[in-house]
Design a protein around this ligand. Sequence first.
Ligand SMILES: *[C@@H]1O[C@H](CO)[C@@H](O)[C@H](O)[C@H]1NC(C)=O
Ligand SMILES: *[C@@H]1O[C@H](CO)[C@@H](O)[C@H](O)[C@H]1NC(C)=O
Length: 995
Amino acid sequence: MVWWFSWLCLLFFLFTSELNCSLSSSNSSSPPSSRHVCNSDESSALLQFKNSFQVNHSIYGGLEFVSAKTDFFSPRTDSWAKYEDCCRWSGVTCERVTGHVSGLNLSFGGLQGILHSNSSLFSLGHLKMLDLSYNDFMGSSISSKFGGFVSMTYLRLSHSNFTGKIPSEISQLSKLVSLKLCSGLVSLGPHEKTTIDTLTMKGIALNLTSLRVLILNSVDMSSVVPESFLNLSSSLTSLFLFDCNLRGKFPGTLFHLPNLEELDLRGNTNLTGYTPKSNWSSPLNYLGLSETKISIDLHFLTSSLKSLRALCLEECNFTGSRSHLELSGNLTQLMWLDLSRNSFGGQIPWSLLNLEHLHYLNLSSNMFVGELPEIHGNSTKASSTLHDSSKKQLVGGSIPMGLSVLCLYNNSLSGTIPSWVYSLPSLEILWLDGNEFTGNINDFQSLSLSTLYLSHNYLSGVVKLEKFQNLRSLTSLDLSYNPLMVSFQNFSNFTLPKLSALYMSGCKITQFPYFLRTSTQLKYLDLSDNQIQGNVPTWVLDVGRNSLSYFNLSHNFLTGTIEQFLWKNIEYVDLSSNLLKGKVPIPSPSTKFFLMSNNQLTGALPSTICNLTSVQVIDLSNNSFSGRIPQCIGNFSQDLSVLDLHMNQFRGRIPSTFPKGNILRNLDLHGNQLEGTLPQSLVNCRKMEVLDLGDNKLNDTFPNWLESLPELQVLILGSNRLYGPIGSPETRFPFRKLRIIDLSFNQFGGPLPTRYFQKLVAMKNVQDDELKYMGDYYYQDTVTVVMKGLYLELVKIQTMFTTIDFSNNVFTGKIPAVIGELKSLKGLNFSSNKLKGPIPSAFCNLTNLEWLDISSNMLSGEIPRQLADLTSLAKLNLSGNQLVGPIPSGNQFDTFENDSYSGNWGLCGYPLSKTCINDEAPQPPLFDKQDGDMNGFDWKIVWMGYGCGMVIGLSVGYIVLSIGKVDHGVRVMGRKIRSRMAKRAKKTSVGTRKW
Ligand SMILES: *[C@@H]1O[C@H](CO)[C@@H](O)[C@H](O)[C@H]1NC(C)=O
Ligand SMILES: *[C@@H]1O[C@H](CO)[C@@H](O)[C@H](O)[C@H]1NC(C)=O
């Protein structure tokens, strides 16, 4: 039983339920013992029932392997012959004495069609056992006629595509011993759930007094009060309510049901309550509380439930501290333990885990530290005394011979991988990625090893891939991001025939892995961030022709041209950051991500790109494409969310074909030679977050009509030929989410747009400091901004980042005081305009401001003293104005240099040599200023003056100048991409931090 759990849980979280619901159906088919001939009316009822369906065995989709692995009884209704005794038909059982049909097992029968209320099935009044699980009743509702089978003891209608309400008449089946009504389909996938209400649930609990097994996984119970279960029969042994959307407090008394062996409440994320805190003796051998809010006293639980064989506590709610994992050591029967995603810290208490019997251990995504223990056979309990030293623990007992799954990813485990891990004889899945393991990788003994994930560690040495030669079952191998070097002998006979996923990113590989050339099952290939040079051989572009879905060779040194891609089912192609030349090849229409940025591709973008009708992200930026952008580019894929063509030589007009309802999130055409006006159809891009049209030759007035785009956060129109006044808003919430606006280097004129400034809501609200970036896991938005006087390409845009750049235009008039309300501004640049009047003292409200450039205008008057309160200010440029009077002193003002003020003949005081006559000259700062050379990021240090180190230190965080984008991996293995990415980001940011 437990083995079954493990097996499915691994493949698919939701899949576990399949098991529970189908397990015992295999033994319910009794041998045809009866010699009695069946009644002709029952025989014809059966035939009529069968004939009301199609028999279609292809409905099993992904589930065939389940039946293959389990000898599920699969009835052959097609062999039912009219003139034969129906008691001998496949799936039919009769009563010995009377010959009445008493059992019908048609699970996995391939039946497809509607099960009507007037079906002849309901005339089989003597049925005691009925199993119709794993068929496809095409959304039929469960008929109230099922309540008429008064003798029924076993009723199973699971995973047969029933929908609607479970009829209350079910509670009339008072002899039921086992009831399985799992919602769902024969195959995996989203499905409509059946529902049950409180009254029916109460009826089942009250009336079915012999009930032992109740399995209602995935039935929608959102309207059921948990108290409905209170009266459940004390003979109950199994209660499965996985993924039922149960809410409220789970009655604690149910944990005490005297015969309960299996309890599954997983996935009811709104279910609260407590596990017992005293007197809990129970025969429970399986307990699943993952992803509930039930409060768990883990130590008491593990000391009470001595029969536990499987414990699933993924992402749970525990009482007490999580600084270490408190287990009792009493779980000597345990075979299956899942404590993943719980942020437990400290060392793993290996000696309490009773490794010997474990088949499955998942402690991933916690904060465990320390080394994996050495296991010393025969050494006894004394071992546990070593348990809290930072050295390797010694654990007594023998190697866990049965351990087939060991998942410890996303922790902070260190040290070498101990030898027992390599010698586990039954190991199938090993996930140690995202830790701090060191040392070499040795040889694995287990011939059943199928998945080996060791990425994101500090493993070193040379890994000869040939060493995996004996692992004939190996399907997935991930060695990425370790300081190791992978080598393979090309042109040897070595192959890995079952390999379907190979991730070797950042493994210092210098040649193509020739051993893959015969691969027919390869789905995922990641060789990014390596040192592979030269032309891409044709066989590489054909590897796994029918199977490959993910191909990543980005960040290598590939040269030459690529004529065409041959993959039929490819979804992700990433060849960015290489040296590829020539025309761009277009992959098959199945492609969802097409990334070839940072190459030397030339020529026009072929209109065949519009054959990619499922594409979500296209990034061809930083190439040398020329010609016009194909007209179709706006409306060929309904899923397109990112179109990035920045830094090319596209000319002509921007296509005007963005249809209503498109989901484009990022359109980046920066740095081309596009002309003409902005297409009005951009207003159809209601999901647009980033619109970057900077550095082109666009000739238009300000596109006020973009103000209605509700999600627009970044608008870059700088360095074009745009002109005229900005005007006033026409909607109530113009540019509601705008945080970055760049209009610099255009011919915009007239007064600054006070009415817009009044309404830029997103710039008024200071966001929390949580580190968030724009974009998703596949594509990180980038944008080029002038920050603190430097051109920077932000590889990631932090959502806190807020700037206005209107420099180098011909704006006139005063700077409106309302600017002071844009409290989240980090940077403000109005330089090189024709602005007049004083610097508004309201600037002192911009407490997040880090750089302010209003140079080269005609501003007059004194510098408001209050500006000295802007303790975040790192760069100030007031030069080239007509300012007079003393320069404020204190805080950041003691760190600015002469050139902040040059060209204002009326200014005096530090740092200028001219002293103020009537004023007390401010004191120079007492510390030694370092000479900041402006080509690096030394400003971090330079301006880290007086008590603002904290603030500046923080500000560095929102600029992630990663040398190469590393976050380009996609995993579709049912793992938590999110946490892996977070971990990865954590690791890389440490590396790029410079100060
Ligand atoms: C399930 O029923 C729905 C109708 O409710 C039908 O569209 C679908 O094809 C059926 N089968 C599967 C496997 O989804
Ligand atoms: C309980 O079962 C009896 C028949 O055995 C039936 O008459 C009665 O309605 C049932 N009660 C509920 C609440 O379904």
